[in-house]
Write a protein that binds this ligand. Structure first.
Ligand code: APR
Length: 248
């Protein structure tokens, strides 16, 4: 029976948010200097905003994509530690990220679910095509697959849309013996509800690694607060040295 055991190496699910990429130079959303302190969600991150003013929405994501692909934006020690955990943990590790950057992939994580999409991919609104896209998306672009003009959007889940990979996430949460939440404020569902889901199943321990207590902090049995580039490598070292007992 997969799941928590007194010690051992059960499957692990790691949820990450913008805080894990902060020390790589990417802004978070709800910190005082965050993205939602400078932009309104309803202007740039909803299907209605895209229908109303596609150029404004595309410009918002073009600027974030340029920032994300800058030479000095690289995976930090936290991303690298999660890739090491995946490579060395016998029970398997699934990283569920709310982030739309590619820092987990670049760090070496493979078993990865981008539940809010990926900014370095483009999606066509006229056909099912989704493909890597590292440059600006413009309203005069034609879809390379179907030729539709002005139909391209970032492959990003907007507010009001259904996140991606929810079935696979549900399966992973149901089987895990350890749930670790890293760098997320616990404000946005369904991600913010994963800890409750795991606690209800009663088979996994829940640990929060964040700069400060999140909205859901009281739902975690253990927490380590500080910058992810410090807390995540230390926690991974502990897990690899002591197994699940490290989360005790
Ligand atoms: N190390 C660890 N945690 C950090 C660091 C750091 N260096 N810097 C900030 N944090 C923490 C903050 O304390 C905060 O709790 O990361 C969290 C970031 O929270 P948000 O800005 O709300 O980002 P996130 O939780 O990922 O947002 C979820 O909301 O806007 C939508 O789609 C967007 O995916 C995003 C979702």
């Amino acid at each position: 029976m997969p799941g928590a055991s007194s010690g051992g190496h059960p499957p692990i699910v790691v949820l990450t948010g913008a805080g894990i990429s902060r020390e790589s130079g990417l802004a978070t959303f709800r910190d005082p200097d965050g993205i939602w302190a400078r932009f309104r969600i309803e202007d740039v991150a909803t299907p209605e905003a895209y229908a109303r003013d596609p150029e404004r929405v595309l410009a918002f994501y073009n600027a974030r994509r340029r920032g994300m692909t800058a030479d000095d934006v690289r995976p930090n020690a936290a991303h690298l530690a999660l890739a090491r955990l995946e490579a060395e943990w016998p029970g398997g590790v699934t990283v569920v990220t709310q982030n739309i950057d590619d820092l987990h992939e670049r760090a070496g994580s493979r078993n990865l679910i981008h539940m809010h999409g990926e900014l370095l991919k483009a999606r066509c609104t006229s056909c099912p095509d989704v493909r890597p896209w590292r440059n600006d998306i413009r309203v005069d672009h034609a879809c390379p697959a179907c030729g539709a003009l002005g139909a391209l959007r970032p492959h990003v889940v907007w507010f009001g849309e259904i996140p991606l990979g929810l079935d696979a996430i549900d399966t992973a949460l149901g089987a895990c013996g350890l749930f670790v939440s890293i760098g997320t404020s616990g404000n946005v569902y369904p991600a913010a509800g994963f800890v409750r889901q795991v606690r209800m199943l009663g088979r996994a321990r829940a640990v929060e690694l964040n700069l400060e207590p999140s909205e859901g902090a009281t739902l975690f049995e253990r927490a380590r607060y500080g910058p992810a580039s410090e807390t995540v490598p230390a926690f991974v070292d502990d897990l690899l040295a002591r197994g699940l007992a490290a989360a005790g």
